[in-house]
Design a protein around this ligand. Structure first.
Ligand SMILES: [Zn+2]
Ligand SMILES: [Zn+2]
Ligand SMILES: [Zn+2]
Length: 303
C-alpha cells in the first residue's frame, strides 16, 4: 500500500515538473523573440529607429561617410581614366606602342594626330583602301595620306610610292604624304622627289606626334587617395611607386606604361563588320587576323 502511494506521488510530482518547465521554456522563447524584435528597431547605438529616420547622430554621420567614400571612389576612377588617356597620347611617340596596335587602331591614331595638327581628315573605309588611307583638307588644299606601319628594318620601297602616286592622280591632288613607322629605300626617296610626295619616316612621325601632343618638361600624373580624396602626383610611372597623401595614407601609382602596353598587346579585338572576335591565322601570304565568323564573314586584317 505504501509503495502505491509513493508511485502515485512520484508520478504527480514528475508531471507537475514537466508542466512547469514547459511553461518556463515557452515564456523564455517569447521573451527572446520579443527582445530580437526590439533589436531590429534599435540602431547599434541604442536609439529607437535610429538608422531609419536619421534620429541617431552617429548613424547619420556613418551614412554620410559612406556616401562620401562612394563619391571619392567614383572621382578616383574618373581621374584614373583621364590620366590614362593623357598617358596614351604621350605613348604614341613610342614605337613599341604603335607596333602593338591593330592596323586599324594605328590608322585611327595617326588620323587623330593629323586632326590635332589642323587637318580636316576623312579616313577612307578600312577595307580596300586603294592605296590611300585618308583624304584631308587644310587651308583649302587637298592632301592625300597613306599610312604604313612597318617594323623598323622593313623599309618602304618604290613600288608602294608608285601605287600611292596613282591614287593621288585618281583623287586629283598633287600633295601627298606617305607616313611610315620605318624608313624609305633610296629608290623610294628618289621617286618621291620627282613626284612631290612628302615622306614621313619613323623619326619624323615621332616629331609630328610631339608637335600634336607636346610633352611638358615635368610631366606629372595625378592619382587620388581612395581613403580621403587627396590628390598626389607621380612623375615615375611604375606600379611599385607610392607616396603619402596629406593625411598620411599610402597611395600607389595606378597608371603605368608596362601594364598599358600589356593590355594593348593582349586585348581581344572585334570584327568591325560582325562583332565576332578576330583570331590570328596563317595563310599562303603569311599571318593575318581573320574573323571567327568565317565563312559567313570574310573580314581580315593585315598584321
Ligand atoms: Zn545609431
Ligand atoms: Zn588620404
Ligand atoms: Zn566578322
Amino acid at each position: 500500500m505504501g509503495e502505491l502511494i509513493f508511485i502515485l506521488v512520484s508520478i504527480y510530482l514528475i508531471g507537475w515538473l514537466l508542466f512547469w518547465s514547459f511553461k518556463k521554456i515557452k515564456e523564455l522563447s517569447i521573451f527572446l523573440s520579443e527582445k530580437h524584435k526590439e533589436k531590429k528597431d534599435v540602431c547599434p547605438h541604442g536609439i529607437s529607429k535610429g538608422d531609419s529616420a536619421n534620429k541617431c547622430l552617429t548613424c547619420a554621420k556613418e551614412k554620410e561617410k559612406l556616401l562620401i567614400n562612394q563619391q571619392i571612389k567614383e572621382n578616383s576612377k574618373q581621374l584614373h581614366q583621364d590620366e590614362t588617356k593623357k598617358l596614351l597620347k604621350q605613348m604614341r611617340k613610342n614605337n613599341k606602342y604603335l607596333q602593338s596596335l591593330s592596323p586599324q587602331e594605328f590608322e585611327n591614331v595617326v588620323s587623330d594626330m593629323l586632326r590635332e595638327l589642323g587637318y580636316n581628315v576623312n579616313q577612307t573605309p578600312y577595307i580596300n583602301d586603294g592605296g590611300k588611307d585618308a583624304v584631308a583638307w587644310k587651308d583649302q588644299k587637298k592632301y592625300l595620306f597613306e599610312y604604313k606601319r612597318h617594323s623598323r628594318n622593313n623599309s618602304i620601297g618604290r613600288p608602294m610610292l608608285q601605287k600611292f602616286y596613282a591614287a593621288m592622280i585618281e583623287e586629283g591632288t598633287d600633295i601627298g604624304f606617305f607616313i611610315t613607322t620605318s624608313r624609305f629605300t633610296s629608290a623610294a626617296i628618289d621617286y618621291s622627289a620627282k613626284y612631290n610626295i612628302t615622306l614621313i619616316d619613323g623619326d619624323r612621325l615621332r616629331e609630328l606626334f610631339e608637335e600634336a601632343y607636346p610633352s611638358s618638361k615635368n610631366q606629372r600624373y595625378q592619382v587620388m587617395c581612395e581613403q580621403c580624396g587627396d590628390i598626389v602626383f607621380f612623375t615615375n610611372l611604375a606600379n611599385t611607386e607610392h607616396t603619402r597623401c596629406k593625411n598620411n595614407h599610402v597611395v600607389y601609382c595606378n597608371i603605368n606604361l608596362p601594364s598599358l602596353l600589356n593590355t594593348q598587346v593582349q586585348h581581344v579585338r572585334q570584327c568591325p563588320l560582325c562583332g565576332h572576335k578576330l583570331k590570328r591565322r596563317s595563310g599562303r601570304y603569311g599571318s593575318f587576323y581573320g574573323c571567327m565568323g568565317y565563312p559567313h564573314c570574310r573580314y581580315t586584317e593585315r598584321m
